[in-house]
Structures are given as structure tokens and as C-alpha cells.
Design a protein around this ligand. Structure first.
Ligand code: SF4
Length: 747
């Protein structure tokens, strides 16, 4: 063994921090600093640092489980478990038709898994009913970005641009808790003389560091953006030349903004007019500025319009598609970006192609070796798919998701899942959703498998296998390979992730998210490559424009290669660290390759005429405003020591010690009205259910609002309360605001 240290990336959030893994004395792996990866420069949060704890055999699944006639999940062999799944899926299809079988994926799956899952649904099952939990995460920003710029990539510029801009408006984002190592970009921004404006109903740890914090009522940031745009126009701060030369549709958008007087916006949002003016001054005075959004504005029943309102502000001030300026979305899940590009979304084919586009269907069908007419059309969005379980959709294959905790109106969704004829779940641990399955398959995880992810920057990264999986554990790719064979498709589902990636490259070629110029070898050598990266270098120019660059060095064959990458190749020994044959290889001398595209839109937007689109939007209320019965607003979010539904992080002692359970954050005035003291159990009740958790009394939250983190199951499950009202464009549920009442719980 040559290498004892494997450079790789964290399994959790979209920052995809670089880390080194090395064998530990106890047979697991140890995390150490990987200073050569520029995004986090060695820094990790507690989740990343403790991630190996979930590799331990006492924590994770190591044998398939099959539900017995008596109703219990019992250990079984792989052959029997796979046979049972194939039988469940085939039987449902035969009885009720192909669309009675659903597939639900996750934003944590690697690109290879997401690609294979989408192909499996359309080619093997022939179902249109596939979507994934990333729909709950960034879909409103994706929809708004696509309609404004013609293309959606979380950040159209690297994080390294943030410290060099003049002002950042951070809307509904709390990186201090969600991705702590990224906070340094905002700290450096301020050290360099720039300013940070945070818009959040809560005074979060991020808001505490801001030069200006605006705390609107939850669900009113669309009005806030319109109020800022109104002031920009009224104060003569628009960039008329930019609007003329690089945009379309300004007049209607201008008119919509002018209908939102600052005083009217103050009444809607609760943010005083002088603070609106101060935000406009901070944003407009510097030469460069950015707006970054996250789940706050996006997880609303008007999330797409809310993000459009922020993009309109960026366009009107001439900030998009210019160096050190622009609009970006801070994506959330580890592969939230790549997961939505390669075909597990209901309406998409690989390469971010549209399933409704005949040319896209032809291209992908040719790569897949099938008739384009055999590909089903778009299916239901995530919530709609979950809501159809047990009725239209009778069997479900689920990978990398835990909707019993993470879906809105979770008690109802749990009932829908329980009413399925058949449920198969592939997971690392026995999550709350896996516990309801007929068959559970134990699958490999980050350190035990090679694969690619795409970070919030649009940087495609190589996560490398560092340790052999425990005996009895296989990869998701192996599961799809075996199921496809059992369902009559012998070829087209390789278990080697690099082989899958090579096919993904061809399927994505020519699409908006073009990965065809990216190889495993390049990813290993270059610390990631930004898409789009076509196979053929263009004739013109600079790396920023997407032209060819020569790469030096010598002696690498085409195509790259990580021959030992498949988790289903025989393991060396537990705790062994895989050799990486490409670490020391250098690119071929003089070869011209596309350099990737760190910065998008500098010359033109990805629309037909190259101009960005203003989209006129107006304020509208959240789907469920407070009333006499439910007089308080609930908003939900995260804490630093837990991740998403907590399926992995709730199994890590150190993280549980830091964040042991749910809580209800409420203002002292509300607590006094209830007669609740710190730590007292309080009940939060919405039209969908009741959750109980200890009170955490703080002035960080508005008096008309309570906050709950959503990482836990049981009686403190925040998503029991949340409203599944959907955005009409993105089909994103309104996680961020619903009407509740709060009650003291008496013994
Ligand atoms: Fe980095 Fe996110 Fe992992 Fe924390 S959870 S170490 S911020 S990638």
C-alpha cells in the first residue's frame, strides 16, 4: 500500500469540505486537515470532524432486513432481499401499471447514483413517478435562476469572490450554523472593508456578525425585496446602460416595484423604512455587490417569485454577470446541485436537460440504447408523489432520504408511507422511514465508495474510497445493477462508479450542465472542475470564457482511471486505505482541455438572445396567515450540530451532546403570556398536528414568531406542523411559515 492518507470530502453539506482520511488503530478512519482544498482550507465543522462515527458497525446497518409474515424486520441474505424487492416492484407494475411504482431519491446521493436511479426509473421500471428530497431544498432558486439567466447553478462564481466584493445581502441563510467553515468568506469581506447585510426573522449567529440585520416577518421577504427595488429606482440608483444592454423586461418590473411604497413594505414586513434605506445604500454604493439566498426565501409557496424579486434587484443595479458581483443560491445538501442535474428530478434528464424536450429525449435515449418514445414524461413533484403513496403509487423504492422526518405535514406523509403495498429502502442506518419498509438494504457510504458530487459552487469533486465497507454491505449501484437484472435489463447498470460517470459524461454532453470534459483523473488532479465543461475546448479564449488551456506535465492516458473505485470490488481488509493510482499522475504535455467555468454569464446569459430576464412579481401573503385560532407564525431551520433529518448525526454521541433534541425558540413576551419558563415543555399546534418540545426563551426571535429545528422525529418533530402548500412553479412546500398556536404543557 503506497498511500495511507486518502484526500476526500465530507459526506454532509454542499460546501463539500476537503478532508483527509487515514486508518485509525481501531480499524476505522481518522479525519485530518486537508489544507490543499481551497474552499475550506482544512477547517471542518463538528459534523464533518465526527463523520467517521457513522461508519462504526454498532451504528449502521450491515445486513439486509426483510419484513416477516409476523410483521417484524428480520435479517436476511442479499439474494432473498433483492428477489423480494424485484417481486414487489414487478407485481405492482403488473397489477396497476408502471406509474404505480414510485422512486424517491436524495440530494446526498453521488452524481453516479442520481444518474443511475433516474435511468433505472425510466428504463427498467418505465415509470414517470420519480423525484427526490432536493425538491424541498433549492428548487425555487433553481426555477428563478433558470427563468432569469437561462441556467441554474447554485453559485455562478466561486466562494473566493465573496471577500473581494463590496457588499453581500444574505437572505434567509445562516451559514454560521449550516456550514461554519464558509463564514470566513464573510468575515474576510468585512475585514476588506465590505459590508454584510443579513435578512432573517431571527437574530442568528450569522446575523450577529452583520453590519445590518433586517428581521422581516416570516414569508414577507418578497415584499422586502420589492421595497428595496422601489428605493433603488426612487433614489436614481439603477444602472440604465446595463438594463438596456443586458436585460429584457425592465418596464413591467419597474412598475411592479413602484407599487410597493416603502411605508407599505414596512407595514407588511415590520422593517422600518430607514433600515430599508440603509440596506439600499450599503448595497448600491460599492462598485461590486452580491445577493445570496438560501432556504428562507426559497421554502415558501411563493419561493420562486421571492427569489425572482431578489434577482430583479441584482439586475436593476447592474450586478449580475459582472466580476465580483451577482446573484447566487447557497445550496444545502451535499450533492444538492449535482443531484438535480442528472435525472432523479421528475422533469429532468441528465445534463440538466428537460424531459419534455424532444431533442433531449433523443440524445439521452441514444446513450441509453432505448427508443426515445419509451421514456415516460414528467412525473409528480416530491410532496405530490409522497401524497399519492398508497393510492395512485402503490410501491416505492427509496434511496438516501428520510421523509418521515423531513417532509412537510409529516404525520400525514408517514400515514401515506404506511399505506403502501410495498416499500424498499436503501440506507446506511435504520432511519424512521426505513423502519417502515418491507425490505431494507444496507448500503455503503462516503468513505467506503468512490463517486462525484457537485458543490454549491458548481465544482464537481471526487469523493474517494478510503476504507473497505463491512462485510454484507453493498453500494446503491450494486443494488440497481441487481434489480435491473432481475427485472429483465441485463446491461447498462454497472457497479463501477467511474464506468457510470463515463456514461454520464456522454449523456450530459451538449446539455446545460455539460460534464463531458470532466474525468475522474482531472478531478483528482485539479481539486475539482466547474461545469459546464464540454469535452471539446472552444476556439476562443480564456478560462473565464470557457476556452482551451494547455496543461503541462507528462504521461497520462486518456480517460483517467480509478480501477479500484468500486465498492463492490473485493475489499483488502477492514480499515485498509485504497491506493489511488492517479494522485501522482500528471496531465499529458500540451493537451488542450476545457478548463471548466468558474464564473458564468460574464459575456452573456444562457438565454437565446444572451440577455437576462426581469420577471415582474408582486407581494402576496403566505398560504396560511395567523388568525384568532392560530395567532403565531412558526418558522423552521437547523442547528449547527445536526444535519437534515438527523438520520446520521443523531447517531453521533458528540453531536447529540451538543444538540440533544428539539426545542421551541420563543420571545420573552410570548413566554410570559404563556407562563412558560426556560426549559418548560410547550406545545406548538398547527392545523396539521401538535409538537411538544422544551421552551428556549430568547430575544433572537420576533415576538410574533416561534422557531423550531427540524432534525428530530417523535413528539418534537417540527414537520408535523409545517404546511405543504406548494409554489406553483417549483412545487416547493412552504416549510418556512405557517400559522400555529403555542400552549404551555401542564403536568
Ligand atoms: Fe464542511 Fe458542511 Fe461537512 Fe461541516 S457539514 S465539515 S461545513 S461540508
Amino acid at each position: 500500500m503506497q498511500n495511507t492518507v486518502t484526500p476526500t470530502h465530507c459526506p454532509y453539506c454542499a460546501l463539500q469540505c476537503g478532508m483527509n482520511l487515514a486508518p485509525a488503530a481501531d480499524g476505522t478512519v481518522e479525519v485530518s486537515e486537508r489544507a490543499d482544498f481551497p474552499v475550506n482550507r482544512g477547517a471542518l465543522c463538528g459534523k464533518g470532524r465526527t463523520a467517521p462515527a457513522v461508519l462504526a458497525s454498532g451504528v449502521r446497518l450491515t445486513t439486509p432486513l426483510v419484513r416477516s409474515p409476523g410483521g417484524a424486520l428480520e435479517p436476511a441474505g442479499w439474494e432473498a432481499a433483492l428477489d423480494r424487492i424485484a417481486e414487489g416492484l414487478r407485481g405492482t407494475r403488473e397489477r396497476y401499471g408502471a406509474d404505480a411504482v414510485g422512486v424517491f431519491g436524495g440530494g446526498g446521493l453521488t452524481n453516479e447514483k442520481a444518474y443511475s436511479l433516474g435511468k433505472f426509473a425510466r428504463v427498467v421500471l418505465g415509470t414517470s413517478q420519480i423525484d427526490y428530497n432536493g425538491r424541498f431544498c433549492m428548487s425555487s432558486a433553481a426555477a428563478a435562476g433558470s427563468r432569469a439567466f437561462g441556467l441554474d447553478r447554485g453559485l455562478p462564481f466561486p466562494l473566493e469572490d465573496i471577500p473581494r466584493t463590496g457588499c453581500v445581502i444574505l437572505v434567509g441563510s445562516n451559514p454560521a450554523e449550516t456550514m461554519p467553515p464558509s463564514l470566513r468568506y464573510f468575515t474576510e469581506l468585512r475585514e476588506n472593508g465590505g459590508t454584510l447585510v443579513v435578512i432573517d426573522p431571527r437574530r442568528t449567529r450569522t446575523a450577529e456578525q452583520a453590519d445590518l440585520h433586517l428581521a422581516p416577518r416570516p414569508g414577507t421577504d418578497l415584499a422586502l425585496a420589492l421595497g428595496l427595488l422601489h428605493l433603488v429606482v426612487a433614489e436614481g440608483r439603477t444602472d440604465e446602460r446595463y438594463i438596456r444592454e443586458r436585460t429584457v423586461g425592465w418596464e413591467e418590473t419597474r412598475a411592479a416595484a413602484m407599487a410597493h411604497w416603502p411605508e407599505y413594505v414596512e407595514r407588511i414586513t415590520g422593517v422600518p423604512v430607514p433600515r430599508l434605506r440603509e440596506a439600499v445604500r450599503l448595497f448600491c454604493e460599492p462598485e461590486h455587490a452580491m445577493v445570496l439566498t438560501a432556504r428562507g426565501p426559497e421554502q415558501q409557496s411563493k419561493g420562486t417569485d421571492t427569489v425572482s424579486a431578489w434577482i430583479n434587484l441584482v439586475l436593476a443595479t447592474g450586478r449580475a454577470g459582472r466580476p465580483l458581483s451577482g446573484y447566487g443560491c447557497l445550496t444545502g445538501q451535499g450533492n444538492g446541485q449535482g443531484g438535480r442535474e442528472h435525472g432523479q428530478k421528475a422533469d429532468q434528464l441528465p445534463g440538466y436537460r428537460k424531459l419534455t424536450d424532444p431533442g433531449a429525449r433523443r440524445h439521452v435515449a441514444e446513450v441509453w440504447g432505448v427508443d426515445p418514445d419509451s421514456l415516460p414524461g414528467p412525473g409528480r413533484s416530491a410532496y405530490e408523489l409522497l401524497d399519492a403513496l398508497g393510492t395512485d403509487v402503490r410501491a416505492l423504492l427509496l434511496m438516501g432520504s428520510n421523509p418521515v422526518v423531513s417532509a412537510p405535514r409529516a404525520a400525514h406523509i408517514e400515514q401515506r408511507i404506511r399505506s403502501l403495498d410495498f416499500l424498499a429502502v436503501c440506507d446506511v442506518v435504520l432511519s424512521e422511514t426505513a423502519a417502515l419498509a418491507d425490505v431494507v438494504l444496507p448500503v455503503t457510504q462516503w468513505a467506503e465508495e468512490t463517486g462525484t458530487t457537485t458543490s454549491l459552487e458548481g465544482r464537481v469533486l471526487l469523493r474517494r474510497r478510503a476504507i473497505a465497507p463491512p462485510e454484507g454491505v453493498h453500494s446503491d449501484l450494486y443494488v440497481l445493477h441487481e434489480l435491473a437484472a432481475r427485472l429483465g435489463v441485463e446491461k447498462g447498470f454497472p457497479t463501477d462508479p467511474e464506468e457510470v460517470f463515463e456514461e454520464l459524461r456522454r449523456a450530459s454532453a451538449g446539455g446545460p450542465a455539460d460534464y463531458s470534459g470532466i474525468t475522474y483523473r482531472r478531478l483528482a488532479e485539479e481539486n475539482g472542475v466547474f461545469w459546464p465543461c464540454p469535452a471539446e475546448p472552444s476556439a476562443d479564449g480564456t478560462p473565464e470564457a470557457g476556452g482551451p488551456v494547455p496543461v503541462g506535465g507528462g504521461g497520462v492516458p486518456d480517460g483517467g482511471g480509478l480501477g479500484d473505485a468500486s465498492p463492490d470490488t473485493p475489499a483488502t481488509s477492514p480499515g485498509a486505505v485504497a491506493e489511488d493510482p492517479v494522485r501522482t499522475a500528471a496531465p499529458r504535455a500540451g493537451a488542450a482541455v476545457h478548463p471548466g467555468t468558474p464564473r458564468l454569464f460574464l459575456d452573456r446569459f444562457a438565454t437565446e438572445d444572451g440577455r437576462a430576464r426581469f420577471v415582474p412579481v408582486s407581494h402576496r401573503a403566505i398560504a396560511e396567515e395567523p388568525d384568532e385560532e392560530y395567532p403565531v407564525l412558526l418558522t423552521t431551520g437547523r442547528v449547527v450540530a445536526q444535519y437534515q433529518s438527523g438520520a446520521q448525526t443523531r447517531r453521533v454521541d458528540e453531536l447529540n451532546a451538543a444538540a440533544p433534541g428539539p426545542f421551541v425558540e420563543l420571545h420573552p413576551r410570548l413566554a410570559e403570556r404563556l407562563g412558560a419558563a426556560e426549559g418548560d415543555p410547550v406545545a406548538v399546534v398547527s392545523r396539521r398536528g401538535r409538537a411538544v418540545a422544551p421552551a428556549r426563551i430568547t430575544t433572537a426571535v420576533r415576538p410574533d414568531t416561534v422557531f423550531m429545528p427540524f432534525h428530530w422525529a417523535g413528539e418534537g418533530r417540527a414537520n408535523t406542523l409545517t404546511n405543504p402548500a406548494l409554489d406553483p412553479v417549483s412545487r416547493m412546500p412552504e416549510f418556512k411559515a405557517c400559522a400555529v398556536r403555542v400552549e404551555a404543557v401542564r403536568p
